[in-house]
Every structure is written in C-alpha cells, then in structure tokens.
Design a protein around this ligand. Sequence first.
Ligand SMILES: [Zn+2]
Length: 308
Amino acid sequence: MFTTIISHQACSNHEPPQGHPECSQRLAAVLSALEAEEFAYLPRIEAPLATMDMLTRLHGRAHVDYILSQVPQTGTQALDADTHVSPGSGEAALRAAGAVAHGVELILTGQTRTVFCAVRPPGHHAEPDRAMGFCLFNNIGVGVHHARAMGLRRLAVVDFDVHHGNGTQRLAESDPDLFFASTHQWPLYPGTGRVEETGPAGNILNVPLKAGCDSDGFRQAFSDQILPALLAFAPEMIFISAGFDAHWRDPLGGLDLNERDFGWATAEVMNIADQCAKGRVLSSLEGGYDMDALARSTTHHVRALMRL
Ligand SMILES: [Zn+2]
C-alpha cells in the first residue's frame, strides 16, 4: 500500500506580503524534500478544487463568499493583521481544501493507505466564519466532513503544530464524534488550547507544552496523553494537522523538537490507526517557517507515513 502525495502548483501562487513567514518558498522546500530518491515511486496527484458543497459543510456560505470576494486583482488585501490574500489566493485555498477532500476519497476507495497533502495556505486556525492565523479555509475540517459524507462517523484529528488549532477545535466542540487532540506551546498564538478546554462532550484533548519543551517532554506528553485517548476514542480514520513549527529552528515557535520527533509521532499515530482505523491516515501541512527544518521534518514525516 502506498502513500500518495497530493499538491498543486497553484498553492505557490498565494502570496502574502513580502517578508511574511507563510511564504511560497515553504511549499518549494517541502516539494524539494519529496524529490529525494526514497520518495521517487510515490504517486503524485494534482489537487482538485474544493467545491462549494465541500466548503459549506463546515463554513458559512457568507464566509466562503467573503474570502473569495477579498481576492484582489493585484497586490495584497489584509483580512486581519496576519492573514492576507493575493491574486492567486482563491485558487490556492480551494486546491488546499480540495487536496484533503480528494485524499479522503483515495483512502476510502482503497486506492492508497495514507496521504500527505503538500499544500498552503494552512487551515487549522480557520473557524467556520473567520479566516485567521494565515488560514482561509479549514482544510482538515473539509476532509473530516468529506469522510462523513462518504459514510464514516467517528473521526480524529491529531494536531502537533506549535500553535493550537482553534479552528479545528471549534468544529469538534459541536461534533461529539470528532476527537481533536493537540500538543502546542502555551501560552502562544492564538491563546486557546488550555487543558480545561475539553468540549461539552469531552472529545477535545489539549496538551499545552511550556516554551523550551524538548523531545523527551513532547514524547512523554504524546505517549501518556494523546495516544491512549486516541485509541480509546477508536476513530475510523485519523487526520494529522502536520505543522512543523515546533522544531527548534522555527522562528515563530519556542519549542525544542527536532525532525525525528515528527517522524516518531507520525509512526505512533499510524500504530493506533492500524488498531482501530484500518491504517487510514491523512496528513496535511500546516505551519513550519524555517525552510531547512521544514524540509527535514517533511522527510521524516512522510517516511513514517510510508512505514520506512
Ligand atoms: Zn503553527
């Protein structure tokens, strides 16, 4: 069984203002890491555009229309202090969300075991009615709802980005069959992700980590808290919000992880997926703002998805 890579060149055409950390070089770094010989035989698929139906399963129609209406003819348009759109942002955002939905289809029709979506803009901060934190649409959320439309019920999202995935948590708060588990630095943007935020149905697990937390601290938290809860929830498919900004080199985060930690965490999630979810794992790129760290972390992450 293969790991399939889903991406699209249009994801490079979302161009926040010069100097913005969420830049198109990020995708180039990820794709260049995936050009290594060890990944040469992996199927590569061009991401289709997400449809309005896919987006409005979780986003308000007004939000989708607003985002697309803000896309300028030239230059950039600010949606908030951090989040901008440029002429290529509409297609990039639709391809990023469409990649995850298509990945779900490939997995659920048995065409691949695991998927890595090399896309941007990222998605985990995007709330049903608000773009924020560099995110326009909640890509993973689109995948979750697409899996539902294809007949699955119990789903899980594991988010190891250094920032808390507030947008995905918002989805889980009103969806008891969606388990959301996150490790993240706290306090840090966006300010959510306290231990007490468990959701009304107790299906949310936040494991905040202090600045400076290293590999040992991360692995212990992941082993002691995330993995047992994930297995106990018994999802039918597991999504990974794969942000690599908890890497020690990252300029936006203050954790002290290295690329091997992301490979380890991915392999542990794969083990749980084997036990309850027929090995179904879909990962989508979130943050990661140091180009070397991003490339190396991608290598370790995709190796784990391939079970190398
Ligand atoms: Zn992040």
